[in-house]
Design a protein around this ligand. Sequence first.
Ligand SMILES: [Zn+2]
Length: 186
Amino acid sequence: MALLARGFNTRSIEIVGSQGLSLKDLKLLTKEALFALGLDPSEVESVQDGSRPPIPRANLLRVLNESKWTCCVCRRTAIPIVVHHIIQWAQTKDHSEENLVLVCVEHHDEAHSKRSLSLTMSPTRLRDQKSQWLELARTMDARAILGLANAEGARWDGSVRTQFPWRVASSETRRGAVNVLSILSV
Ligand SMILES: [Zn+2]
């Protein structure tokens, strides 16, 4: 988590972890040694820039959870991810959740390439992609909750049927069941 907060992607975090290195160890290494490990230029910069604080944990967790640890642009799951600043940290010093977006390493590279201003990875497009993905992720969550609610409703209905078979026939009970489901699905 500490390295994610420093702008590391999950692939680099695995590499660093497999070498048994901590952030403290990385800070002692030369630029060349950091590149030799396989770190990206932005990660090397982050390690060597002592003035840059990590992304606050609460903001980091919110971005990761809301985005379901998935790139907001391509939504692929089997690819390393990184927390990216929509407007560069160096420019804004802004670690707020609004300025953060979860992207895969490929889209992160694109965001830092010269093409970024005109194509998918411009700040405007990134904000759009982020809000579209978060909206869809919330809808998926709501559906999952509704699925559970339906299962509960079925069980509840079943037990009513067993214990009070005459009540299931009454329209009042059916309306009650529908109301419970509609409340749960909001
Ligand atoms: Zn992507």
